[in-house]
Ligand binder design. Structure first.
Ligand code: URP
Ligand code: ZN
Ligand code: ZN
Length: 471
């Protein structure tokens, strides 16, 4: 069935203009004024922006963590993502030391197949890098289209890898065209600070933040960036939360290193004081890196504006307050780390960013969609509105005012981290490969219709292209 989206204002990372979009066979086949196709269904986007669907490069759906499993799975998580204007998610596939990597990937395929309502892909966690692991990677890149590899520098005795693993992963990525991702916090120092706090009887949620100060994030970010320079490789730092980490990324980029940075809506809109909320409510805001003092928010916004940070991930890893977060009552270190962010990622960036004049409309599209599609090998199928691209389209009302709340969100958890926050703008209709997923704010998608995406390898040519895009 053909569709024409008419009367809207198309916004890409580069342009803003009025035109119609013709959709046929999952793709955009024409863009122009007064398009006509006699048998096409016409969708009126009057008064709305028409954006490419959001690309969320950082989710943890149904992930075992902290003695439990994150609540939103590939069904509820992708439905919520679609309501929020996201049409592609890239989830982290966890691996176990000593086990074939393909086993872990098969587990992630089993979780997601027949569940996702939008398209999805996987990053692969690297917990050790010996010759046996190295042998498996080229085939995985070819067969699975997994071209990004995550190394945790924190979560000692759980996910944390050592510096040799990070360095060898960077060298492997350089050789084979992968992109290395890091959770950059110094896990050894955090482990010591946590034990010290617990010994003193400091068990409340706020100590989660106080035992993971900005310096441990800045140090790990700088270390990873230096190792990237040494390996002449490429690095993407996930969930950047503070000024110290931004400085290290900017310094590395000024030396010409291929270092990229992602922040998340929670660091732009919330601050450390949330962890001090009474009655254990602070546990709702426990994730890593932790929320920071409020002044860091403006540093992050400026870094997005200046191009030192390039993307926005949700770091969706949701746990119920009752029954999951309370595993850490009496011991903050046992609170499962993570929060529900997948649904509000795009709206917060628009409302707090564009509406408040911190970033431009085109930067907004770049940050929430285009840049992630480029870095992770999905562009131009995903991440833009162009002839030949997948018809992943968001019709967005920029003027509607609403309040974020657990009562109206679509995530499976019992709280919303942004409860009570007023935002301007909302996705009205969302299409994934030409099919309606959200229509007039109602879910009309189909469980299992989301397709697994094989991704292209990171291309060194991206660096000069990116220089041109820098504002
Ligand atoms: O606290 C967080 N961020 N949970 C998810 C896992 C991770 O570190 O990204
Ligand atoms: Zn992390
Ligand atoms: Zn994460």
């Amino acid at each position: 069935m053909k569709k024409i989206i008419e009367n809207g204002t198309i916004v890409t990372a580069a342009d803003t203009y009025k035109a119609d979009i013709l959709i046929e066979n999952e793709q955009i086949t024409a863009i122009g004024e007064n398009l006509d196709a006699p048998d096409a269904e016409r969708i009126d986007a009057k008064g709305c922006y028409v954006f490419p669907g959001g690309v969320d490069p950082h989710t943890h759906l149904e992930m075992p963590f902290g003695g439990t499993v994150s609540k939103d799975d590939f069904e509820t998580g992708t439905i919520a993502a679609a309501f929020g204007g996201t049409t592609t998610v890239i989830d982290f596939c966890l691996t176990n030391k000593g086990e074939p990597l393909q086993n872990a990937i098969d587990v992630w395929h089993a979780k997601s197949k027949d569940k996702a309502v939008i398209d999805y892909s996987f990053h692969l966690m690297i917990s050790e890098l010996n010759d046996e692991v190295l042998d498996q990677l080229p085939a995985i890149m070819d067969n699975e289209g997994i071209t990004s590899f995550k190394v945790f520098m924190a979560y000692k005795n759980v996910f944390q890898a050592d510096d040799e693993t990070l360095f060898r992963t960077l060298k492997m990525a350089k050789e084979h065209g992968g992109l290395v991702m890091v959770h950059a916090e110094n896990g050894d120092v955090i482990d010591y600070l946590v034990s010290e706090a617990l010994e003193k009887g400091n068990t409340d949620p706020i100590y989660h933040a106080l035992t993971r100060p900005p310096e441990v994030e800045g140090e790990a970010t700088g270390r990873a960036a230096q190792l990237t320079g040494l390996a002449d490789s490429q690095l993407y730092v996930v969930h950047v939360s503070c000024s110290e980490a931004v400085e290290k990324i900017a310094e590395a980029r000024s030396k010409g290193f291929n270092v990229w940075g992602e922040t998340c809506p929670q660091y732009l809109a919330l601050d450390q004081s949330y962890l001090e909320r009474p009655n254990f409510e602070g546990a709702k805001y426990v994730w890593s890196p932790p929320l920071r003092e409020k002044w860091h928010q403006e540093v992050l916004w400026n870094a997005l504006k200046s191009g030192q940070l390039q993307t926005l991930g949700s770091d969706q890893c949701s746990f119920d307050f009752k029954g999951q977060k309370d595993l850490g009552k009496g011991d903050f270190s046992k609170i499962p780390n993570g929060g529900p962010m997948i649904e509000d990622r795009v709206s917060i960036l628009f409302s707090e960013g564009v509406k408040k004049g911190r970033i431009s409309l085109n930067q907004f599209v770049d940050i929430m969609s285009t840049r992630s599609a480029k870095l992770f090998g999905l562009y131009p199928k995903k991440g833009t509105i162009a002839v030949g691209s997948d018809a992943d389209v968001v019709i967005f009302d920029p003027n509607v005012e609403r309040t974020l709340s657990v009562g109206s969100h679509h995530m499976a958890v019992d709280y919303n981290a942004f409860e009570g926050m007023k935002v301007t703008g909302e996705p009205v209709t969302v299409l994934s490969r030409g099919d309606f997923v959200i229509r007039d704010k109602n879910f009309v998608g189909e469980t299992g219709k989301g397709r697994y995406l094989k991704r292209a390898r990171y291309n060194q040519l991206l660096a000069p292209v990116d220089e041109k895009l820098k504002i």
